[in-house]
Design a protein around this ligand. Structure first.
Ligand code: BES
Ligand code: MN
Ligand code: ZN
Length: 499
């Protein structure tokens, strides 16, 4: 889909979508279509009777007379003062997807309201296009015979705005970000026979072309580093584990970096603590944390962010086999702490234990944020709208929450505390990898991770519920969302870049 920006003139053909503020008063473009059609637009609104420009409302008029437009879609904006960048994204996404199902190849979109917004019109217009881009994402690699009338028809989207030059500039930056989100979605969607630790590491290596320094650590190196906790998870799989270190040095030389850590379990069968068959296929997305970290590094490099950032991802496959780790095994992590593995399905924390320690030890980062599809329990607690946030640092937590709000990647802070921490003390080792009571599963997972971060400001995002959706969300079609890329890119842009 080609995206462009133009001034506010009514296009000669194709579909046209126009915003209408709460109250239902027509903007200049809608009024002019109304005039051409000799009052047809206002008559249609009257006939629809309930359309009042409320947020979420829409009204479609086919082939408005006096024009060669295929359709005019009036979209309710609600109160202009409440119409924010997120609302603009949702508007663009909804219009693009709707038109794409009609067979039309062209659409022009205009807010068509000029007063009352708290945000500049060029920003809102750029976000309309960005939303359309994100919402039009598809993964088509393995379709070989889709019927043409099932394919999205939209080829050209034009946003009409008086501030079209500056909107275009803003969009150029967002469009690059959307590419990194799509890159992450692609990785998460790839099937687990195609995407395994080595092939995922190769995708991370592709960032070298953007100037990212990429190191791929193989099994010999991991053994030498003493990553017994991560290696234990991988030992039942025929795929060897990898840790990939990505460095983007766009900041001052020697300035300590920010660090992003990702869980990359390319398939989580549960290991010998095998998962039930039903739904097991979903566990291909257990590498979504690592994909978000790789996508974030890509986004930072693509826009040459003025920051030093490192991304470290632990890539393993969790499988049962004669070589697999047993419930009851004790492993020694790189930190020296020993772990009694009581459930081989609580493997994400075992991977992250070594990767977090390694990142802290080697880079002494300003902060570490890890992303992981860590627990089913976070879905019970928060559903699919918000990730679980756990942090030992209020400033970092607050910054993450506001970056998430701004980008539509929300999170809810959950508690940490000594009482929870006690629950993972083991009878025979330093800790065990599951709690005693089976309650507060997400917090227990976070407590486990905290034992590997020392005093480094750290936040853990449990994205088990937000990385993958079973139904469409306007800017994230059903499937992989790419959760985390926009969030972390925003976090860096707002607080950690040299101005
Ligand atoms: N990858 C899963 C968590 C998960 C579940 C992610 C559903 C996405 C959707 C994780 O490795 C896991 O199996 N966690 C266990 C932990 C338990 C054994 C303590 C869980 O949540 O059941
Ligand atoms: Mn598991
Ligand atoms: Zn897992």
């Amino acid at each position: 889909m080609k995206v462009s920006f133009a001034g506010t003139t009514i296009p000669s053909d194709g579909a046209l979508a126009l915003g209408v503020a709460k109250g239902g008063k027509l903007g200049a473009l809608a009024a002019s279509v109304d005039k051409k059609s000799k009052g047809g637009v206002r008559r249609a609104i009257k006939a629809a009777s309930r359309f009042e420009g409320d947020k979420g409302q829409s009204l479609e008029i086919l082939a408005p007379s006096g024009t060669r437009l295929s359709r005019l879609i009036l979209v309710g904006l609600g109160k202009p003062e409440d119409f924010d960048t997120r609302a603009a994204e949702v508007l663009g996404a909804n219009v693009a997807r709707r038109v794409s199902a009609t067979g039309d190849t062209k659409v022009a979109i205009a807010l068509d309201v000029t007063k009352g917004f708290k945000i500049d019109e060029d920003k809102l217009s750029a976000r309309i296009a960005f939303g359309a881009r994100l919402g039009s994402y598809r993964f088509d690699r393995y379709r070989t015979k889709e019927k043409p009338d099932k394919k999205p028809s939209l080829k050209q989207l034009t946003v009409l705005t008086a501030g079209n030059t500056s909107a275009q500039k803003r969009f150029a930056i967002l469009d690059k970000l959307a590419e990194s989100v799509s890159f992450t979605r692609d990785l998460v969607t790839e099937p687990p026979n195609v995407l395994f630790p080595k092939s995922l590491a190769a995708h991370a290596e592709s960032l070298a072309s953007l100037g990212v320094k990429v190191e791929v650590l193989g099994i010999a190196k991991l053994q030498k580093l003493g990553m017994g906790s991560l290696i234990g998870v991988a030992q039942g799989s025929s795929h060897e584990p990898y840790v990939v270190v990505m460095q983007w040095n766009g900041g001052k030389p020697k300035a300590p970096p920010v660090a992003f850590i990702g869980k990359g379990v390319t398939f989580d069968s549960g290991g010998l603590s095998l998962k039930p068959a039903s739904g097991m296929e979903e566990m291909k997305f257990d590498m979504a944390g690592s994909a978000a970290v790789i996508g974030t590094m890509r986004a930072l490099a693509a826009r040459k962010a003025k920051v030093n950032a490192v991304g470290v991802v632990g890539l393993v496959e969790n499988m049962p086999s004669a070589n697999a780790q047993r419930p009851g095994d004790v492993v020694t992590s790189m930190s020296g702490q020993t772990i009694e593995v009581l459930n081989t399905d609580a493997e994400g924390r075992l991977v992250l234990a070594d990767v977090l320690w390694y990142a802290k030890d080697r880079f002494k980062p300003v902060f570490m944020v890890d992303l992981a599809t860590l627990t089913g329990a976070i879905i019970v607690a928060l559903g699919h709208n918000q990730a679980g946030l756990f942090s030992n640092n209020d400033e970092l937590a607050t910054r993450l929450v506001s970056a998430g709000d701004a980008e539509g990647e929300k999170m809810w802070r959950m508690p940490l505390g000594e009482d929870y921490d006690k629950d993972i003390d083991s009878d025979i080792a330093d800790m065990k990898n599951i709690g005693t009571g089976g309650k507060a599963g997400s917090i227990i997972g976070a407590q486990f991770l905290q034992r590997f971060v020392g005093d480094t400001p750290w936040a853990h995002l449990d994205i088990a519920g937000t990385a993958w959706l079973n139904k469409d969300n306007p800017t994230a079609p059903k499937g992989a969302t790419g959760y985390g890329v926009r969030l972390l890119n925003r976090l860096v842009a707002d607080h950690y870049e040299e101005k």
